[in-house]
Design a protein. Structure first.
Length: 708
C-alpha cells in the first residue's frame, strides 16, 4: 500500500481487507470448509526504514499503540518524530475443521493386551518394564508407567507416575497421576552438566542476536555477506560467549567495551535506556568500517531477579558490523593509500546513540556528514545501526529471561565458570607446546616478529612481539586489540573441546606488544588494512612459531568498488594451509575472516555489475605430502563508471609451506578494458573503471605440508 497511517485511512483499509477476506473465504470453501475466523493485519513501519511489523487492524490509536509496543520490544527505542507508514495489509482466514470426520474406535475387549517384559534405563537405574504394541490397545485401555508403547513409526515412554489412556477416538492421552518430584535448585557451584548447559545458553543468546541483526539490517554487507559479530560480556567487559561469527571482531570487542567503561565512569557512568557506538581504533576499535554498538544490561526491573539486582550494570551485549561505506578518500572506505585515519572515514568515539529510549538519529546523521571525508550514504549507516540496536535488545531480553529463571547470582557464577573452563582447556594445550619464533614478512618488507615461550610447569605461555617493525606510513598498522584477537583465535583453535571463545582463553597467556610498533599505532596512524590484512599476518606468524600448519592465504583479498551512488565491499576466499595429516581446503575463508560472498543474484540486483565468473584456481595450492588448498579466480564486469580498490597481501611473498611443503601461489589482480587492453594492479591499489571494464582477481593458494 505504502500509505501514511492516518484517521482518513481506515475506509480504504476496509475496502482492501474486504476483498482479501472474500478471496480467502472462497479458497477455504473450495476446500470444503467453513470460515471459523478471520485475522486482519496491517504491516507498519516508520517512514525511511525497512522493517515492517504486523499489528491488528482497528482504530488508528490502537494500531499505533500496538506498533510502538512491538517496535520498542524489538529495537528498544521509538521514533515518534517519524511518520508511521502502512506498507501492506494481510488477511488470514481460519477454516472450521469438522471433528465428526474422526470416527470413534470400537472397544473389542476389556483391559490391555498382554505385554512383553523388557529392560529399560530410567530414573537412574535399569529396570524391567512392560512393552505394549500400540495396535493392540483399545479405547479405555490404560497403561501405568513405567512402560513402553511401541508402534510402526513411534515409541512412547510412559514414565513412573504417569498413565497412558486410549480415548474413544483411538488417541493416546498421557496424564500425570503422581505429584512431580521435588527438584533441586541450581547453585553457584560448578556442576559439569549445568556448565555445558550454560555454555550453550550463552552461545545461543549471541546466535539469536545475530539472527535478529541479519533479519533487520539494510546493507548487503551485513544481510548477505554476514560481516558482523555478536557477543555477550560480563560487567567488566570480558568476553563470555559469542556466536561463530568473525574471529577478528570477537577477539577485539572486549577492548571496545573496556574503553567505554573506563571513559564513561570518568564522565558520570551509564544509565538504563542508553546505547553507545564507537569505531575509534585508538580506544578499543579496529578500523573505521567496523562500528560496534554496545548496550549495558541492568537487571533491577527484572521480575524474580535474585537479591543484588540494582542500578549497577550486570552484563554488556554488543554487535559489530562492517559498514561498507563510512567515508574516506575512496568509495567503500577501504582506501589503498591512506596515511592518516581521517582519510579512511568518520571516526566515532564514545558516541551516545540512544538516550532515554530515543535514537539520536538526527545527531548521528550529522556526525556521519561532518567528517573531513564524510560518509557517502549516512542513511544506510543509520539503518544498519538500528539493526545493531535491535540485535542488542534481543540479547538484553534473553539475559533478563535467564536471570528470571536462574537468578542473578547463578548466572554470574556460571559466567565465571565458563571462563574458568576455557582457561583450563588452554592450560592443558600449553603443556603440549614448545618454544618457537618466527619473522613474518609482508609484501611491503615490514616484519612481524613473534617469540613464544612456554612454561610447562606453570602451564602458561608468553607471546612476545618485540622486534616487530615500527609504525608504518601506510595503513597496515593494526591496533593492539587486533593482535590480541589473533592470539585468542589461534589458541582457541588448539583446543579440541567444544567451548565458547571467551576471555578465559587468554588468562594463562601473557602478551607483550612494545609501543611504537605497527601493532601499537597511535593517532593519527592509518589502520584500514590492519584489521583485515595484518590480523591474518599475525595469525600466520603464530602458527609458524608453533609449527602447527602451513600458511593459508594470509590475506582477506579485500575488494571495494563504488561511486557516489553505490558502495560495495567483499573479501574473496583463497586456499587454506595444509597440516600434518590433512590437505588444505580450496576457496575458503580462513582464520580471522568468516564472512560469505554475496549471492550473484543479489549482487547483480543491488549493484550495476555483472558477475562473469567465480572458479577454483587449479594448481595454486602448495605441493607437499599434504597439499595446500587452491585459491579462486573471480571476474566482475562494471555496468557504469566506478572506482575499484584492493587491499591484499601475498602478491610478492608467497604463503609459506611447512616441514618441507611448498609455498602457495602468489595472488594477483588486473583490469581488462573494453578496448582489449589490460592494466595490472598492485596488491594495494585503486583504479577508475569504465562501463564494460572487467576486474579480475586470482587469490593465493595455501602452503603445503611435508616433503612430497
Amino acid at each position: 500500500m505504502e500509505a501514511p497511517l492516518s484517521e482518513d485511512l481506515p475506509p480504504e483499509l476496509s475496502a482492501i481487507l474486504g476483498r482479501l477476506e472474500r478471496d480467502a473465504g472462497d479458497e477455504l470453501r473450495d476446500e470444503g470448509m467453513g470460515v471459523k475466523g478471520v485475522l486482519r493485519r496491517a504491516h507498519l513501519r516508520y517512514a525511511g526504514t525497512d522493517t515492517a511489523l504486523p499489528v491488528r487492524v482497528g482504530a488508528v490509536q490502537a494500531m499505533v499503540a500496538e506498533f510502538e509496543e512491538v517496535y520498542r520490544r524489538r529495537f528498544s527505542f521509538l521514533m515518534r518524530d517519524k511518520q508511521i507508514v502502512v506498507e501492506a495489509v494481510s488477511v488470514e482466514a481460519v477454516g472450521d475443521l469438522d471433528r465428526a470426520a474422526e470416527v470413534p474406535v470400537r472397544s473389542g475387549r476389556g483391559g490391555p493386551a498382554e505385554p512383553v517384559g523388557v529392560r529399560m534405563y530410567g530414573g537412574g537405574a535399569w529396570r524391567e518394564v512392560d512393552l505394549y504394541r500400540r495396535e493392540e490397545l483399545r479405547p479405555g485401555d490404560t497403561v501405568a508407567g513405567p512402560a513402553i508403547i511401541a508402534e510402526a513409526n513411534a515409541t512412547t515412554v510412559v514414565d513412573a507416575g504417569w498413565h497412558a489412556t486410549v480415548n474413544e477416538l483411538g488417541h493416546l492421552l498421557l496424564t500425570r497421576v503422581a505429584p512431580r518430584p521435588g527438584g533441586h535448585g541450581v547453585g553457584t557451584g560448578a556442576d559439569p552438566v549445568m556448565l555445558e548447559i550454560f555454555n550453550n545458553l550463552f552461545m545461543s543468546i549471541a546466535e539469536q542476536m545475530g539472527v535478529r541483526l541479519r533479519s533487520t539490517a539494510h546493507s548487503v554487507n551485513i544481510k548477505e555477506r554476514l560481516d558482523f559479530s555478536c557477543a555477550i560480556f560480563d560487567a567488566d567487559g570480558s568476553l563470555i560467549a559469542n556466536a561463530p561469527h568473525i574471529p577478528v571482531h570477537l577477539g577485539s570487542m572486549g577492548a571496545s567495551i573496556g574503553e567505554l567503561i573506563r571513559r564513561r565512569r570518568a564522565t558520570g557512568g551509564m544509565r538504563p535506556g542508553q546505547v553507545y557506538a564507537l569505531n575509534d581504533p585508538y580506544h578499543g576499535g579496529t578500523h573505521l568500517p567496523d562500528v560496534t554498538v554496545v548496550t549495558p544490561v541492568f537487571v533491577k526491573d527484572v521480575e524474580s531477579a535474585s537479591a543484588g539486582g540494582d542500578d549497577e550494570i550486570s552484563f554488556f551485549v554488543a554487535s559489530r558490523g562492517h559498514h561498507a561505506e563510512i567515508g574516506g578518500i575512496t568509495p567503500g572506505s577501504m582506501p589503498a593509500f591512506s596515511t592518516r585515519v581521517e582519510e579512511e572515514g568518520v571516526l566515532i568515539d564514545n558516541w551516545l546513540l540512544v538516550e532515554g529510549g530515543r535514537m539520536r538519529e538526527a545527531e548521528t546523521v550529522e556526525l556521519l556528514r561532518s567528517a573531513v571525508h564524510p560518509s557517502r550514504n549516512p542513511l544506510d549507516n543509520v539503518a544498519d545501526l538500528r539493526a545493531q540496536i535491535a540485535a542488542n535488545e534481543k540479547g538484553v531480553q534473553e539475559l533478563h529471561g535467564m536471570v528470571r529463571h536462574f537468578g542473578l547470582d547463578v548466572v554470574h557464577a556460571y559466567m565465571r565458570h565458563v571462563q574458568d573452563n576455557a582457561e583450563e582447556a588452554v592450560r592443558q594445550v600449553i603443556t603440549a607446546l614448545r618454544d618457537g619464533s618466527y619473522a613474518y614478512e609482508l609484501d611491503s618488507g615490514a616484519l612481524i616478529r613473534v617469540a613464544i615461550r612456554v612454561d610447562r610447569q606453570a602451564r602458561t605461555a608468553e607471546i612476545d612481539f618485540t622486534g616487530t617493525s615500527p609504525g608504518l606510513a601506510g595503513n597496515f598498522n593494526a591496533p593492539s586489540s587486533v593482535a590480541v584477537a589473533a592470539v585468542l583465535y589461534v589458541f582457541r583453535t588448539l583446543v579440541a573441546e567444544d567451548i565458547p571463545l571467551n576471555a578465559g582463553c587468554l588468562t594463562p597467556i601473557h602478551i607483550t606488544i612494545p609501543p611504537g610498533t605497527m601493532l601499537s599505532p597511535e593517532y593519527p596512524a592509518a589502520v584500514a588494512a590492519g584489521n583485515v590484512e595484518t590480523s591474518q599476518a599475525v595469525t600466520g606468524a603464530l602458527y609458524a612459531a608453533l609449527g602447527v600448519m602451513a600458511e593459508g592465504s594470509g590475506t582477506m583479498n579485500n575488494v571495494t568498488f563504488g561511486n557516489e551512488n553505490h558502495q560495495y565491499y567483499e573479501t574473496v576466499a583463497s586456499g587454506s594451509g595444509a597440516g600434518n595429516g590433512f590437505d588444505g581446503a580450496d576457496v575458503v575463508q580462513t582464520h580471522m575472516t568468516n564472512s560469505r560472498l554475496t549471492d550473484p543474484e543479489v549482487l547483480e540486483w543491488r549493484y550495476p555489475v555483472l558477475l562473469e565468473g567465480h572458479e577454483i584456481r587449479r594448481g595454486s595450492g602448495g605441493a607437499g605430502r599434504w597439499r595446500g588448498g587452491d585459491g579462486a579466480r573471480r571476474r566482475i564486469r562494471f555496468l557504469e563508471p566506478m572506482t575499484v580498490t584492493t587491499l591484499s597481501s601475498h602478491r610478492r611473498v608467497p604463503p609459506y609451506g611447512m616441514a618441507g611443503g611448498e609455498p602457495g601461489a602468489l595472488g594477483r589482480q588486473w583490469v581488462e578494458h573494453a578496448d582489449g587492453s589490460a592494466t595490472p594492479m598492485k596488491g594495494c591499489d585503486s583504479l577508475p573503471v569504465d562501463t564494460g571494464d572487467v576486474f579480475v582477481v586470482e587469490t593465493p593458494g595455501g602452503g603445503g605440508y611435508g616433503a612430497d
